[in-house]
Design a protein around this ligand. Structure first.
Ligand code: AKG
Length: 361
């Protein structure tokens, strides 16, 4: 590799200007990945096969939402305290709806480049944007995925702004995911022993953003990642993944696979809920391997953030006591999200930025 003649900034800019994402690179027939996708050895060392990565998935519980309510509350609270991740089944969303959404997102990403290019942009306030790597210009290395991002709430963009190929499916998903998000927020509040309306009153069901990822085949999947290790900023994330696999969650020094379960949705706790719960619930690092399979991997994540940007956020007063004082200082959501969008997607949780000295999880 000739270090002297390599102009990284230029290569990254050219890639972004192409507006075709990593799918465009694969379609062009490349057999080696551009250098700015190569991650440093410390990131790659534990993504190699036969590393300490734990193959079994027993640690991520699958919770049946048709169980009795006290059982569900107990299981969700326990998973949220321990791992910050769980899967749910019998959540009330028909399997056909899940399949339709995956198909529509795949359809969007597999359209000809000239149809997707006009949607390609990095302005997050447009409501609908297609891009590769949200942190392309901030990260040390790029990752092997493309994304369609759509603001779902408090209101969706005008319908004609949403790509036609997935318009109906996104409207349908928004309705279903909003209801499910509210149910999960109630259950999580009950698990904390606070009023079940608490998160809803703080407007957490309202600020919904969807990111629909496409992880195409990567010809050198041992040199890069699909999404780098990170935590989510919101209160919770509802994730639909197809059956390809590749999502992993960090538990101590180990990485645990989140094996796809047909019909299930993956739920994880975000940084703001770790803060609001005063460290009762955990926001945990997760990542996705670069896709080594010839089949593309599709996933659709909906992040729930508060639509009230000006109030102060911090641990709920009812969870603070002399035995357990507040672990975090207060801040506005505007400040919080600004901080999120100026850092790269890395393993560092935003929770630690607001942590008061002398406190630990
Ligand atoms: O694709 C996945 O399974 C995970 C996506 C994710 O972690 C994210 O969008 O923040």
């Amino acid at each position: 590799m000739n270090t002297e003649s390599y102009d990284r900034a230029k290569q990254v800019q050219q890639f972004d200007d192409s507006k075709t994402g990593v799918k465009g690179l694969v379609d062009s027939g490349i057999t080696t990945i551009p250098r700015f996708f190569i991650h440093p050895p410390e990131t790659l060392s534990d993504i190699k096969p036969n590393s300490t990565t734990r193959p079994d998935t027993q640690l991520i519980p699958t919770i049946d939402l048709s169980d009795l309510r006290p059982t569900i509350v107990e299981k969700i609270a326990s998973a949220s305290r321990d791992l910050g991740f769980f899967q749910i089944v019998n959540h009330g969303i028909e399997p056909e709806i899940l399949e339709r959404l995956i198909g529509a997102i795949k359809g969007f990403h597999e359209q000809p480049a000239e149809i997707k290019a006009p949607v390609y942009c990095r302005e997050m306030n447009r409501g609908v944007s297609f891009f590769s790597n949200v942190d392309l210009f901030r990260s040390k290395a790029a990752s092997w995925r493309d994304t369609l991002q759509v603001k779902l709430g408090p209101t969706m963009p005008e319908l004609d702004k949403i790509p036609e190929i997935c318009r109906n499916e996104l409207v349908e998903w928004n309705q279903n995911v909003t209801k499910l998000g509210e149910v999960l927020m109630e259950l999580l509040c009950e698990g904390l022993g606070v009023d079940k309306e608490r998160l809803k009153e703080m407007k957490f069901p309202e600020g919904r953003t969807m990111v629909a990822h496409y992880y195409p085949y990567c010809p050198q999947s041992d040199l890069t990642v699909g999404i780098a290790s990170h935590t989510d900023p919101g209160v919770l994330t509802i994730l639909l993944q197809d059956q390809i696999g590749g999502l992993q969650v960090k538990r101590g020094e180990e990485w645990v696979n989140v094996k796809p379960v047909p019909g299930a949705l993956v739920i994880n706790i975000g940084d703001i809920l770790q803060i609001i719960s005063n460290d009762e619930y955990k926001s945990v690092e997760h990542r996705v391997f670069a896709n080594a399979s010839r089949e593309p991997r599709i996933s659709v994540a909906v992040f729930f953030n508060s639509s009230d940007r000006d109030s102060l956020y911090g641990p709920l007063p009812e969870l603070i006591s002399t035995e357990k004082p507040a672990h975090f200082r207060q801040f506005t959501y505007t400040e919080y999200m600004r901080r999120f969008f100026t850092k790269e997607l890395d393993g560092k949780s935003l929770a630690n930025y607001y942590r008061l000295s002398g406190t630990t999880e």
